[in-house]
Write a protein of this length. Structure first.
Lengths: 270, 260, 153
C-alpha cells in the first residue's frame, strides 16, 4: 500500500470555446480516502471529472492515474484503465432500454468473459449492497430518483473499481434517500478500500463524510484542507462558501448602477 | 452592414465546421467494427425504424397510387389514351414518388424519433457513462441505427411502390372501369426493371444514407437540453427534406435526363 | 440485451416482404421473363434511324423477339449501324432476305425495329447483317414530299 496519491492533477488548463474554465489546477487525491471537490455553481466541477476520467482533453497540464497519464494512453490501455474506474453521474444515466439487472451487468459483460451464472451472482451481490436486489427486473423509467442513483452506484462498482468519481450525488434528494446515499457511499469506500472523488456543492452532507476537500473557484484551487480546517479558515471566499453566507466575495447584487439614482431616474424619465 | 457580413461569414464557417464534424462522424460510425451484440442491436433498430414506419408508408403509398390513377385517368381519357394509365402510375411511382415520398415520410417519422432518442441519451448523460465504462457510443448506439436506416428505407420504398401500383389498379380498373389487361400489359412493356425499378432503388439508397445520417448526427451533436433536443428534431426533418428533394433533382438529371 | 422473438419475427417478415415486393416489381410490373438470356447478334444499316434508341424493342409480326443493343455511325457508308440482340431460338431461322424496318408504336409513340421474314433458303447466323432495311419516317421529309407533290399538281 504505497503512499503516492491515486490521482494527481498538475497544472490543468481547459477552455470551452472562448471561456477559460481552468487556469492551472493542481490537486492530489490520496489513495483509499474520500476527497471532495467543491465550489460555486458553474466552476466546472463536472468538467473536471470528465477531464480526470479521460473523456475530455486538457489544453495544458496532466492528469495522472496511479502515475500514468490518462490522456497519453492507447485505446486498449485506456479501456483497461476504465475498468479500474467507476463514475456515478448526476442523473444516474442508466441505459433507458435495459432493465436494472441488465444495466448493472453491462460493465461486466463489456470487460469480462465471465459465464452468465457468475455475472448473475455478481449483479445480485452489487444490487444487494445498495439494497435494490428486489428491483432487478424494473426498467429505469419505473424507478424513483433515489433508486436510480443507487442502481447507478451498483453499476459503478460492478467491476470492483479502485477509483470512483461521484458527480453531484446529493442533488435533489429527499432527506431519506439522501441519508441512504450518504451512508452507502461512506460504507462502500471503507468496505472496498476505494479512492473516491466527490464533486458537490452540498456542504453539510459532503463535509460529513470526506477526508479532504479542494475548493475550486475562478478556475483555480481556492483552498484545500480537511473539513475541520476549512470550517475555521478565515479567507473570506472560503468562509462565504463553507458557511453559506449570502453576501461576501461572491456578491448578492448582480452588477447594476447606484440604487438611488436608478430609482430617481425612473421617476424623472417617461 | 459590416456586422451582417461578419455574421454571414461566421454562419458559413459554422456550417462548414458542422459538415466536417458530420462527415467524420459518419465515417467513424458506419465503419466501426461491429460489437459482439451488434446484430441484436441492429435487429432491434430495424424494428423501431423499419417495421414501425410500415403503417405510415404503406397507407401513404396506397393513397398516392389511388390519386395518381384518379387524376391520370381523367386527363388521359381526353386524349383517348386511358390504356396508358398503368404505365403512367407505375413509372411515376417507381422513378419519383416512391423514393422521394417514402424518404420524406421516413425523415418525419423515423428520423425525428432517432434524433430525439439519441439526443435524450446525450442529455441524460447515458452516452458519457457508456464512454466511461469503456464502450464507444458510436459503435453501440449510432452504428446499429445507421445501418438499420440504410436497409429499412429501400425496403419501405419497395413497399410504397407495390402498394401504390396496386392502389392505382383498384381505382383505374375496379372503380373507373379501365381494362385490366391494358393496365398491366402496357405497364410491363414500358417499365424497365434495371432502368426504372433499379434507378428508383438507387435513389432510395442514397436518400437512406442521407436521411439516417442527418437524423443520427443531429441527435449526437445537439446541445443537451430539452430545448436543444426539440431544435435538433426540427432540424432533422427540415434538412432531410431539403436534402432529399435536392438530391432527387440531381439524381433524376443524371439517370433520366441523359446527362450521364 | 432483450431480443424478443416477436421482434425478430417482425423484422424478418419485413425484410421478406421487401424482397418479395422487389420480385413483384420485377415480374408483374416490369414484365421481366425468367427465360434464359441467350441471344445472338445481328446488324442492320439504316439511312435514318429517326428517334430509335438503344434498348428499343425488336419485333417480328408484333411479337418482341429482341432488343437494340447499340447504335453507331458506320464510317464506311455514313449511315447508322444498328446492333440487335435477338432470342437465340431464332438463330438460323431467319432467311437472309429478312427485312428490318423502323416503325412507330401508335401515333406519337416510341420507335422500334420490325422484322419481316423473306423467302431465301439461306439463313442468318450470328454476326450477319440484314441487307434490306427501311429507314424511319421523318415527319419533315414527309411534309416536304407532300408539299412538292401538291405543287407539281
Amino acid at each position: 500500500m504505497s503512499d503516492t496519491p491515486f490521482v494527481v492533477v498538475e497544472g490543468l488548463h481547459f477552455s470551452r470555446g472562448e471561456t477559460e474554465i481552468f487556469r492551472g489546477v493542481d490537486l492530489q487525491v490520496p489513495r483509499g480516502k474520500m476527497t471532495a471537490i467543491m465550489g460555486p455553481s458553474g466552476s466546472g466541477k463536472t468538467t473536471l471529472l470528465k477531464l480526470i476520467g479521460g473523456q475530455l482533453q486538457p489544453d495544458a497540464g496532466r492528469v495522472l492515474i496511479e502515475g500514468e497519464n490518462i490522456h497519453a494512453q492507447s485505446r486498449k490501455a485506456l479501456f483497461a484503465m476504465r475498468r479500474r474506474m467507476g463514475m456515478l453521474f448526476q442523473s444516474g444515466a442508466l441505459f433507458s432500454d435495459l432493465s436494472v439487472f441488465e444495466n448493472v451487468a453491462f460493465p461486466l459483460r463489456v470487460h469480462t468473459d465471465l459465464p452468465e451464472a457468475m455475472v448473475r451472482d455478481l449483479v445480485l451481490m452489487k444490487l444487494e449492497a445498495v439494497g435494490l436486489r428486489g428491483a432487478r427486473d424494473l426498467m429505469p423509467a419505473e424507478l424513483s430518483g433515489g433508486m436510480t442513483r443507487r442502481v447507478a452506484l451498483a453499476r459503478a462498482i460492478a467491476l470492483d473499481p479502485q477509483l470512483i468519481l461521484y458527480d453531484e450525488p446529493f442533488v435533489g434528494q429527499d432527506p431519506i434517500s439522501m441519508g441512504v446515499l450518504v451512508q452507502l457511499i461512506k460504507r462502500l469506500n471503507e468496505a472496498l478500500g476505494l479512492t473516491s472523488v466527490v464533486v458537490s456543492h452540498d456542504i453539510k452532507e459532503t463535509l460529513s463524510i470526506v477526508d479532504y476537500v479542494y475548493l475550486i473557484s475562478d478556475g483555480q484551487v481556492m483552498a484545500h484542507g480537511t473539513p475541520k480546517s476549512l470550517d475555521v479558515n478565515q479567507d473570506p471566499r472560503v468562509r462565504q462558501f463553507v458557511h453559506g453566507e449570502p453576501d461576501g466575495p461572491v456578491p448578492f447584487h448582480y452588477p447594476a448602477k447606484d440604487y438611488f439614482s436608478d430609482i430617481l431616474d425612473a421617476g424623472v424619465s417617461s | 452592414m459590416i456586422d451582417s457580413i461578419r455574421r454571414l461569414g461566421r454562419f458559413g464557417c459554422n456550417a462548414l465546421e458542422s459538415f466536417g464534424r458530420a462527415g467524420g462522424f459518419l465515417f467513424l460510425s458506419a465503419f466501426a467494427v461491429p460489437s459482439r451484440e451488434g446484430f441484436g442491436l441492429w435487429l432491434r433498430q430495424m424494428h423501431f425504424v423499419g417495421v414501425l414506419s410500415l403503417a405510415i408508408v404503406l397507407v401513404s403509398g396506397l393513397f398516392i397510387g389511388m390519386v395518381l390513377a384518379l387524376q391520370g385517368y381523367t386527363i388521359l381519357v381526353d386524349f383517348g389514351a386511358e390504356q396508358a394509365l398503368g404505365q403512367m402510375v407505375a413509372l411515376s411511382l417507381l422513378r419519383e414518388l416512391a423514393p422521394v415520398v417514402a424518404a420524406l415520410l421516413f425523415a418525419g417519422r423515423a428520423g425525428s424519433a432517432l434524433t430525439a432518442e439519441i439526443g435524450l441519451m446525450k442529455a441524460t448523460e447515458q452516452l458519457s457513462s457508456m464512454e466511461m465504462i469503456g464502450v464507444d457510443p458510436l459503435r453501440r448506439v449510432v452504428a446499429p441505427r445507421l445501418w438499420a436506416g440504410f436497409v429499412a428505407l429501400p425496403l419501405l420504398t419497395v413497399g410504397f411502390s407495390v402498394v401504390g401500383i396496386w392502389g392505382g389498379y383498384l381505382v383505374g380498373v375496379e372503380w373507373l372501369g379501365g381494362f385490366e389487361g391494358s393496365y398491366w400489359g402496357n405497364m410491363q412493356s414500358s417499365v424497365e426493371f434495371l432502368d426504372d425499378v433499379g434507378n428508383g432503388m438507387i435513389k432510395s439508397m442514397v436518400f437512406a444514407v442521407v436521411v439516417t445520417w442527418i437524423a443520427v448526427f443531429q441527435g449526437y451533436d445537439l446541445i443537451p437540453t430539452s430545448e436543444g433536443i426539440s431544435r435538433a428534431t426540427t432540424r432533422t426533418v427540415v434538412y432531410s427534406s431539403l436534402a432529399v428533394l435536392g438530391l432527387d433533382f440531381v439524381l433524376t438529371a443524371i439517370m433520366f435526363g441523359g446527362l450521364s | 440485451m432483450k431480443r424478443s422473438k416477436a421482434m425478430e419475427l417482425g423484422v424478418g417478415l419485413f425484410m421478406l416482404a421487401g424482397i418479395l415486393g422487389l420480385v413483384f416489381l420485377g415480374l408483374r410490373v416490369s414484365g421481366m421473363t425468367l427465360t434464359s438470356g441467350d441471344t445472338f447478334r445481328l446488324e442492320a444499316n439504316f439511312a435514318n434511324i429517326g428517334s430509335l434508341k438503344p434498348r428499343a424493342r425488336v419485333t417480328m409480326a408484333g411479337v418482341t423477339v429482341g432488343r437494340v443493343s447499340a447504335i453507331e455511325l458506320d464510317t464506311e457508308w455514313y449511315d447508322a449501324r444498328v446492333v440487335m440482340e435477338l432470342d437465340s431460338d431464332l438463330e438460323g431461322e431467319l432467311s437472309r432476305d429478312t427485312t428490318a424496318a423502323i416503325l412507330t408504336a401508335g401515333l406519337l409513340g416510341e420507335q422500334y425495329v420490325g422484322l419481316s421474314m423473306g423467302g431465301d433458303p439461306e439463313m442468318l447466323v450470328e454476326g450477319d447483317t440484314i441487307r434490306d432495311t427501311q429507314s424511319a419516317v421523318v415527319l419533315e421529309e414527309l411534309i416536304q414530299q407532300f408539299v412538292s407533290n401538291m405543287i407539281s399538281d
